[in-house]
Every structure is written in C-alpha cells, then in structure tokens.
Design a protein around this ligand. Structure first.
Ligand code: GLA
Length: 730
C-alpha cells in the first residue's frame, strides 16, 4: 500500500521506495502538512507546535485559543483569507467582490492506478504501479470546492500533485491564483536551484539560499519560456551531486509557470509552484471546474545526480508516449543552418544524397517550404505547400528522399500567424491582439488565438491536408515568440486566455499525434524556449537551443539534464566557425557534445572535406554503438561547466556493466598546468572496469575517489570519450 490513512488521527501517508509524505486533517478540519522526507513509519503530527505569537491571527473557529494560527502552521493548500500572510496557493473572489476562502476537509478517496486530467498531460502508470489519493475540501460560504489529487508511484519515488477548484456558488467565481503544489517545511535550510536564460543560453543553472526575502520566479510570457524553466530543486545547503537531500518540483505544463520560495519569520520554509498568476483571473460559472496542471515531486537523499536519474526515468517511463517511447530516435540532418530559407527541391535532394552517404537516417526540411515564406516576415498560418519554390509537390520530394533510403521530416509553426498571410487576410480576428491597438510584434509575427476551438480546427485542417498526402516521418513543431497581447475576441474574461490557449495547444498536439501515430515529433521554441515535461508528453524530443556552439551547449545541456533525459535534448553538430558564436571547436568535440542529446547534423555536407566526412561517418558509428547507454542508461554530471576547466559526464548502463565517460576541456593553460582528474560517480566500489581504448584496469572505488587523469594536449577545446566494461563478472 502506497497510500495509508490513519482514521484515528486522520493522517494520510504517502509511501514511495525512499520517501514519505504525510499530512493531517486537524481538529479544525484544516489540512496540515506534516512531513516530506526520507522514508519512515509512524505519524509525525508532533512537528506541529502551538504558541501564542503576536500579530499571528487566529481563525474564528479557534475561539480564544491564540496558539492556533494559520500564519505559522504548515499547510497543504493555503488559501487567502485565513489569516495566513505567507504566499497563497489559492485566491478566489466571488462575483460581488468578496475575496478569501477557507476550504475545510470533507472527505477522501483512495484508488488504484494513477489519475489522469482531461486535456492536460499527466504522469501515467499501470494500475499496479500507482495509487491515487483525492482529498476534498470545501468552503460552503465562499462556494469553493478544492479537490487535491496525489498520485503515488512508489517504485519511481514520484508523487504527483494537482488541484481542481469548483465553483459551488450561484454567481461567477474568479480565481486569481490556483497553484498546483505547496510544500511547507517546519524546519531546515534550503537552497533553491532554478534554471533561467534567454534564447541561446537556456536553462542556465543558479543556486541561491532560500531566505526571509520571498523569491518569485515567474514566466509572464504565456509559455514555459527560455527565461524560467518550470523545474525547481530545493536542496539542503551541503547537498552535492553525490550526497545530500533534495526535492524537485517539476510542472507538466507548457504555459507560464511560477514558483515562490521563502522562509517565514519562524524559520519555516514555503515553496510553491503552479500556473503563473500573471494576467490570470479565471472565471468559473456555477458548477465549473478549473484544473491546476500537474506538478511532479521527487525526493532523493543521495544528491542531485540521483534526483536527476529519478526524474529522467519518470519522464522516460511515465510521461513520454507514442512510437518512440523506449526507442532510439534517428540521426537527422536538418536544413536550417545548411541553407536557411534559400532552398528548392533539388537542394533538399542534394542534402539528402549527402546525408545518405554519411550514414544519416532522416532528412528534415526546416522553415520555408509552405505559403509565401522566403524570410521570417510572411507566410505563417498558410500551411499549403509552396510547390513553385520546391519545384515539385511535397509528396514527390518525400518519395524521392525515401527512395534514397532516408526518412523525411518537415518544420511547422502551427500557433503563429504573419500579418502577410492569406489566413490573416481572411481572419484577422484569429490573432491575439488588443482591439484598437497596434499589436506588439516579435519576429514580425503574431500568435494565433488557440483559446478558440475554431482557430485550432482551422490549423488542424490545413496541416493535415498538406501532410495527409505525403509520408512525413518527423515533424518539428516550432513556436517563435512570447504572448504579449492577451485579448481573445470571444473570451468572456481575458483572465482565462493564457490557460485556455495551452488547452488548445495540447488539443492540437493530441490530434496530430493520433492522426500520424508513427510520426516522431520534435518541439522547439526559438531553440529551447518551451523545454518542459508537458511538451514531452506530446513530443519525444525538444530542440534544446538555437545555439549550436559546442562550448555553450555544455552549459545548456548541463542545466537541462537536472530534470530532463539527455536523449530528449535536440542537439546537432554544426559547422565552424559557429554561426552563432563564431567559435571554432574540433569536429570531434562537437560530435561528443551532440551525442549527449538526440544527435544529428545541421550543416551542408557538400562544404566538408573528405577527412571531415570520414570523421562524421565514424561519429555516427560511435553513436550507434553507445546509443543504448544514452537512451536507457543513467546520465551523470561529473563536473560543472560553470566552475571546472573540464566538463565531464558519463552514461552508465542500469546494470553498471558498462559506462562511457565524456569530457571536454574548456580551459587550457601553460603546459605545466596541473593534471586534471575526472572523478566518476554511481559505480559499484568493488567492481573492476577495463578501458576499451587501451585495456587499462581501474576499480570502481578508485575511479570515484582518485578519478582518471586527462591527457594534456595542446589545442582548443579537446574532448575525450572512453568506453569502460566491467571485467570482474560476466
Ligand atoms: C527557430 C528554430 C530554428 C529554426 C527557425 C526557423 O528559431 O529554433 O531551429 O527552425 O526557427 O525559422
């Protein structure tokens, strides 16, 4: 049993393999949080302490008991209006302007299997692999019902949370905030690890202590964004990659999210995550329900490396769906950096021929094959094939590429519209824009109003009419701006638009996925602006960044790896000097870095010399040799690209019989500089490993304690990849 209920004390306990989560419906019927920590038995209601604290108010039901204050008690889903002055998870307003509610415990339900949410992505699991707890709270006076959902996947060490808020009143209820998860800790100090960035340097790592200054991390962009990735980790201050306690909270949501972290004056820590409350005022008519998207919680007592492996395994086994679940994806050549908008069918066929010669599996035609699209100022919204530009129908191009023995893919940006497009000329109201005002443009494009079903239907009809007639094995689904003009001409309240937009997006993704069940979908957003676990439920891989510079990629992929599997990170070898940075790195280094992702190429092979082509063939052979380790093994960060002169990582098979060590030297100094050692992690101490390259033998313990020395060679950005096999047992 993963979910236990102690009916005497009204305590709910959620048990996973290594963690325990506990809460209590107290004598006032409020749901208090007791514990989220290492696995334990028993009840922890002793963590609740009661003292009369000045200026901490008492709710009316406390009577003269001045020690009962929600301002200092740990809660499961704190709401505004109860005398708790910390950040709230729920804030509701009735039609006549009464703000505040105090939902109390009413009932609970425990069921086998994992709940699902209509229209939103969720972690899924077999009946036997998960249990669900639903706790219902109600405030009849405010007309608010809250259902808190908990999904427990014991073997995966995963607990999911979400909330449904229903309006029980006669008038409209407005939600100003309805977060997905709230974690209150009565004690302890934490660092908050989060991932910020911009287009070209996504998921930059930052680690700051949680202090008495409230920190709010937020995306106000309508999308999960380059700027704030919806993954946060609370780590004890001494937690490292290989030791210490840490808890991750990860949203399965692709719109704007927010997180709030603060230590209260009494040294309790509150951490919350959910849909961004920016421009959010969700109207609920009588009987309507709002669903706060799912948040995934995961705890490790063995450091950040172990935490990332658990999150990765959860995404691999319980989020990713479709034809490439548990399958290796093809090595591709993408036309973007090879020719941008400047191509015709013959150029694509030439790229395909070259790709085939190198051993590549899939040829992708990026932006520019549709409508009037020779640059990024026009054509979005017109998803008909530009046969004049291609010189042939898309079906013919696809057939010819297939005839060469390659699979074929194309790029789309379904959520966008150019003002210079047939769609805009016919339906200007399809764009999100504020009436009477010039719209804010970004990449000279506007965003379609996906909160409207007819808009989603129109795009679906257009895309399917182009795709139905061709064999398209891969779709790159792009999204190249943030939402600024939040106005839908059919919405009853503009405060719902950003959330409803995401429902429209998921609806279209679901329909496209069903229509083409064998197709591989890679999502993208100006590179990695929508790299979130929600998108991974619909797209097997996500383009990690428009920045293909191998050295910048070390940071981008390092940050991403904290919460997402490496094989979901779109990563390509591109030419040098790099198109974005102008940096020159060896081809071998670019290959080793891209191999820590989906692996592909984004260059014109016709411009390469024979020696480089031979090297690429060798890289593809190497990728095929180690792909099972990358796709199904454990990835470990062995050093940091921020602080170490060598960035290193390893992929270890689950049975630890094999591992590959990769390292890139990012700093080089005078020849006498000290030797750099890479210390491995996650190996059995008593195992012996042979390095395949030279037959050298190492013990697991020594690899982790002394490490392995890196050769000192001249030349910028040298990289190494070594293969190790366990020798002490068959
Ligand atoms: C975005 C993507 C690129 C490319 C271009 C095409 O920037 O991130 O990979 O597809 O759009 O316009």
């Amino acid at each position: 049993m993963a979910i236990l209920f102690d009916s005497t004390k009204r305590i709910f306990t959620l048990q996973t393999r290594t963690s325990t989560y506990q809460m209590q419906a107290d004598s006032h019927d409020r749901l208090l949080h007791l514990y989220y920590g290492r696995r334990t038995e028993g009840t922890m209601d002793y963590v609740l302490t009661f003292r009369d604290r000045g200026f901490c108010p008492n709710p009316p039901d406390a009577g003269t008991d001045r020690t009962y204050s929600l301002d200092c008690l740990p809660q499961e889903y704190p709401s505004q209006g109860t005398g708790d002055f910390r950040s709230h998870a729920l804030m509701a307003e009735t039609k006549d302007g009464k703000i505040g509610c105090d939902p109390r415990y009413l009932s609970y339900k425990i069921q086998k299997g994992k709940y699902a949410l209509k229209g939103l992505p969720t972690v899924y699991a077999g009946e036997e692999d998960a249990e669900t707890l639903i706790i219902t709270l109600e405030d009849p006076a405010a007309g608010v019902r809250v259902e808190l959902f908990y999904g427990v996947l014991p073997e995966s060490d995963i607990i999911t949370r979400c909330a449904k808020i229903t309006n029980l009143s006669e008038g409209t209820l407005y939600l100003h905030r309805a977060l997905s998860a709230n974690l209150d800790f009565v004690t302890g100090h934490y660092d908050l690890i989060s991932f910020y960035g911009y287009q070209g340097l996504e998921r930059s790592f930052q680690r700051n202590p949680v202090t008495h200054t409230e920190q709010t991390l937020i995306s106000r962009r309508g999308t999960s964004s380059h700027q704030f990735n919806p993954l946060c980790i609370l780590a004890e201050p001494d937690t490292t990659e290989t030791a210490g306690a840490c808890i991750a909270v990860q949203m399965l949501y692709s719109g704007g999210s927010m997180a709030v972290a603060a230590m209260d004056p009494f040294e309790g820590t509150r951490f919350q995550m959910g849909v961004s409350d920016y421009a959010f005022r969700y109207p609920l008519a009588k009987g309507e329900t709002f669903t706060a998207p799912e948040a995934v919680l995961c705890r490790s007592g063995k450091g950040l490396g172990d935490l990332s492996i658990k999150l990765t395994d959860c995404i691999r086994g319980h989020v990713i769906r479709g034809p490439y679940k548990n399958k290796v994806t093809p090595v591709l050549l993408n036309s973007w950096e090879a020719c941008y908008f400047d191509f015709d069918g013959e150029k694509i066929l030439d790229l395909a021929k070259q790709a085939k010669d190198l051993g590549i599996d899939l040829l992708v035609v990026d932006d520019g094959w549709f409508g009037k699209r020779d640059d990024d100022n026009s054509g979005l919204g017109d998803w008909y094939v530009n046969e004049k530009k291609l010189g042939m129908p898309l079906s013919e191009l696809s057939e010819k590429v297939h005839a060469m023995g390659l699979s074929f893919g194309i790029w789309v940006e379904p959520e966008m519209i150019s003002e210079d497009s047939d769609l805009y000329r016919a339906h200007p109201d399809y764009a999100l824009r504020i009436p009477g005002r010039e719209p804010v443009r970004s990449r000279n494009q506007l965003v379609l109003d996906f909160s409207r079903k007819e808009v989603v239907d129109n795009v679906f009809a257009q895309i399917t009419s182009s795709l139905d007639h061709c064999q398209i094995d891969y779709l790159k689904w792009d999204y190249n701006r943030s939402i600024s003009d939040i106005y839908s001409c059919t919405a009853d309240d503009q405060g719902r638009v950003l959330y409803d937009y995401i429902l429209g997006l998921y609806d279209l993704l679901e329909r496209i996925g069903k229509r083409y069940p064998k197709m591989l979908i890679e999502s993208c957003s100006g590179g990695g602006g929508r790299f979130d676990a929600g998108m991974l439920a619909y797209s097997r891989q996500i383009w990690c960044s428009d920045n293909t510079d191998a050295i910048d990629r070390l940071r981008i992929q390092y940050g991403t790896s904290f919460g997402y599997p490496n094989e979901t990170m779109g990563a390509h070898v591109s030419k040098v000097p790099n198109e974005q940075s102008g940096r020159i790195t060896p081809l071998s280094t670019r290959g080793i870095v891209a191999m820590a992702g989906t692996f592909g190429y984004e260059l014109d092979p016709a411009k390469l010399g024979e020696e480089e082509k031979a090297q690429i063939r060798e890289q593809i052979r190497e990728r095929r040799q180690i792909q099972d380790l990358i796709f199904f093994g454990d990835y470990r960060r062995l050093s940091s690209p921020y602080t170490d002169p060598v960035t290193a990582w390893s992929y270890t098979s689950k049975d630890r019989s094999k591992f590959v060590l990769s390292a890139v030297r990012t700093e080089l100094h005078f020849g006498d500089e000290p030797t750099k050692f890479i210390r491995l992690a996650g190996l059995p101490e008593d195992a012996m490993y042979r390095r395949e390259e030279d037959g050298a033998l190492f013990s697991g313990a020594a690899l982790m304690d002394a490490g392995i020395p890196l050769p000192h060679e001249g030349g910028d950005y040298q990289a190494y990849e070594w293969h190790f096999t366990r020798t002490d047992r068959a």
